[in-house]
Write a protein that binds this ligand. Structure first.
Ligand code: SF4
Ligand code: SF4
Length: 94
């Protein structure tokens, strides 16, 4: 995974156009069937090389909605984020 959109997502759409690699889909295209936006972990690069921090989380108006997740399929990830931050799903933006 990479960053994860949690079920507090209100489907506002603020994040989707901010993603430089088109890793985000809306609730209609969410492969899990949940009625929330979704990040494809095999596309998300955690905005490495694009922004100082994940642009989706900066744009999101819902506090704590976008969290760090474990690195598995991510093509790029932020080295300064600890395993603990990822396993505990710490919000990307506090
Ligand atoms: S962290 Fe960056 S690359 Fe990943 S989904 Fe958010 S905006 Fe896209
Ligand atoms: S900006 Fe946040 S609340 Fe809005 S759709 Fe994206 S993840 Fe959901």
């Amino acid at each position: 995974m990479a960053v994860l959109i949690t079920d507090t997502c209100i489907n506002c759409g603020a994040c989707i156009d901010e993603c430089p690699v088109e890793a985000i889909v809306d609730e209609d295209d969410n492969p899990t069937g949940e009625e929330i936006y979704y990040v494809y972990a095999d596309k998300c690069v955690e905005c490495v090389g694009h922004h100082d921090e994940p642009a989706c989380a900066t744009a999101c108006p819902t506090e704590g909605c976008i969290v760090w997740d474990e690195v598995k399929e991510s093509p790029e990830h932020r080295e300064d984020i600890t395993d603990e931050q990822r396993s505990s799903h710490e919000p990307v933006v506090e």
